[in-house]
Design a protein around this ligand. Structure first.
Ligand code: PGA
Length: 256
């Protein structure tokens, strides 16, 4: 079996001025900037991407964005393109986060265009999928996750698919303090890996990192990260403070 390196990504959402970002990243570089057991990605708001990028230079920490537009340039007021992110040395980009889907009406088709554009520009997409509470209660979790995954990955070739990261984030667990049980999370993660086998190959499915997101905290992380198909976490709230984020990286290292 291929062993996948655990990945802990911090999704800072719309938090922190550049000055606040620098304080946090300074603490993170000092405590986890030299470890290589776990892949660590920080996704600050666009306004502090450059400052954070400079602060992590020479460390093992990587830079990601929270969104991007699929076109390379043009009349798209307020948007940011993949080449712009690459020019700041970003390596990852979160796409299809449930907050983008629900507050900004992003569809699977639109998200798919971004996935393809990110891959074309050598950015690693972190494609987010996940069901709402109503969908879980009506028994359609796997169906929803399947549709979002299949549509999000439409047109992605086998050669690039292995570099994808998928984040399973049950919408009802995001920012609510209600974490999915390990069984609930592992069930969906295994389902996604099975789906990747069907869409691509077993070898590809074994390489793709599938992260859990939704109220992951130092207290619940060890159990989640010990699951066979949980390869890391996409962390919102607990990524905003150095102490909790470092504890999550330590938990991921221990779960190797
Ligand atoms: P949370 O957010 O950790 O605050 O629940 C996770 C996410 O939205 O990526």
């Amino acid at each position: 079996m291929i062993s996948r390196k655990k990945l802990i990504a911090g999704n800072w959402k719309m938090n922190k001025t550049s000055a606040d970002a620098l304080t946090l990243v300074g603490d993170l570089v000092a405590s986890i900037g030299r470890q290589n057991d776990v892949e660590v990605v920080l996704c600050p708001p666009f306004t502090s991407l450059e400052a954070v990028g400079k602060a992590i230079e020479g460390s093992s920490i990587k830079l990601g964005a929270q969104n991007m537009h699929h076109e390379g340039s043009g009349a798209f007021t307020g948007e940011i393109s993949a080449p712009m992110l690459r020019s700041l040395f970003a390596t990852h980009v979160i796409l299809g986060h449930s907050e983008r889907r629900s507050y900004f009406a992003e569809t699977d088709e639109f998200i798919n265009k971004k996935v393809l554009a990110a891959l074309k520009n050598q950015l690693r997409p972190i494609l987010c999928v996940g069901e709402t509470l109503a969908e879980r209660e009506s028994g359609s979790t796997l169906k929803v996750v399947q549709t979002q995954t299949e549509r999000g990955l439409d047109g992605v070739g086998k050669d690039l698919a292995a570099g994808m990261v998928i984040a399973y984030e049950p919408v009802w667990a995001i920012g609510t303090g209600k974490v999915a049980t390990t069984e609930q999370a592992q069930e969906v993660h295994a389902f996604i890996r099975g789906l990747l086998t069907k869409l691509f190959t077993t070898a590809v499915a074994e390489k793709v990192r599938i992260l859990y997101g939704g109220s992951m905290k130092p207290a619940n992380a060890p159990e989640l990260l010990a699951q066979k198909d949980i390869d890391g976490g996409l962390i919102g709230g607990a990524s905003l403070e150095a102490r909790s984020f470092v504890e999550l990286v330590t938990a991921a290292s221990a779960a190797r």
